[in-house]
Write a protein that binds this ligand. Structure first.
Ligand SMILES: [Zn+2]
Length: 260
């Protein structure tokens, strides 16, 4: 059994809720016995960069175990730091692999955990299902010292961020950058270069970060997903995404270059 944190999920209240001790620390895997009765299922995360971890899924309708409180996964980075936020994401995806694949979508038979791999396998037809990862791109588009930022309809009022979108089947990530920026802002870009990545398990994205330069066009929002899009200088920046996100890292990187 792996040592380390025990990530407890409560899907009856909100798929994103994780249970923490009331002192805002994670339960430990050695405490499994304390929680076993309340769990529908528990399992291991074997392949995080820092080693093993455990996850547990609270049974439907079960009370929150004594001494624990529910916390949104999105708040974890602030409460526990980036490292545990990433491990919680890995645990969430393993929990989802189980919860979303109790039965086979092809033949309807029961599925079980695969011994050799982090996967579920169908007892009827042998089909295997792995944790899902959806590649998405996010890009800092620059023009003459200014940065292109958009307001997404789902953002809090006044917040802007660099543009992002999912990669479509058959597309390279670079093509997704060109297409999404054009669709969301009417801007054509060039000189696309890779700038780092971040797993973003809400629920299963892998964000691939880029920088690009303006080539042509004036910013015009698509009016549905993006309701406003403009060029910002380092001196008149709006409300920005939180520091844990790759979007903020791209913006901060641009700012640092601007001030250099
Ligand atoms: Zn099957």
């Amino acid at each position: 059994m792996p040592e380390g944190p025990f990530f407890l999920f409560d899907r009856t209240r909100d798929a994103n809720v994780l249970l923490l001790r009331s002192v805002m620390s994670l339960p430990r895997s050695c405490e499994l016995e304390n929680y076993k009765e309340a769990l529908e299922r528990f399992g291991h995360v074997s392949k995080t960069p820092e080693g093993g971890a455990m996850w547990g899924l609270l049974a439907e309708g079960a009370a929150v175990p004594c001494g624990l409180v529910a916390v949104s996964r999105r708040d974890l980075a602030v409460i526990l730091g980036q490292r545990l936020f990433l491990r919680a994401g890995a645990a969430f995806q393993m929990m989802s692999l189980y919860a979303d694949n109790r039965f086979c979508g092809r033949c309807g038979a029961l599925m079980e955990d695969c011994e050799a791999e982090p996967a579920r396998v169908c007892l009827g037809c042998g089909r295997m299902v792995f944790p899902s990862l959806s590649p998405a791109m996010i890009v800092a588009v620059e023009k003459e010292g200014r940065l292109l930022l958009g307001h997404n309809a789902s953002f809090p009022e006044g917040r802007y961020s660099v543009l992002a979108g999912f990669v479509e089947p058959g597309e390279t990530v670079e093509q997704a950058v060109e297409r999404e920026v054009y669709e969301e802002s009417g801007i054509r870009v060039k000189n696309i270069r890779y700038a780092g990545s971040q797993p973003w398990p809400f629920p299963s994205s892998m964000m691939l970060g880029f920088r690009a330069d303006w080539e042509s066009g004036e910013p015009v929002p698509d009016g549905t997903e993006i309701t406003d899009v403009r060029w910002f200088s380092p001196y008149d920046l709006p409300d920005l995404p939180p520091r844990i996100s790759i979007s903020r890292r791209l913006i901060d990187g641009w700012l640092a270059r601007s001030n250099a």
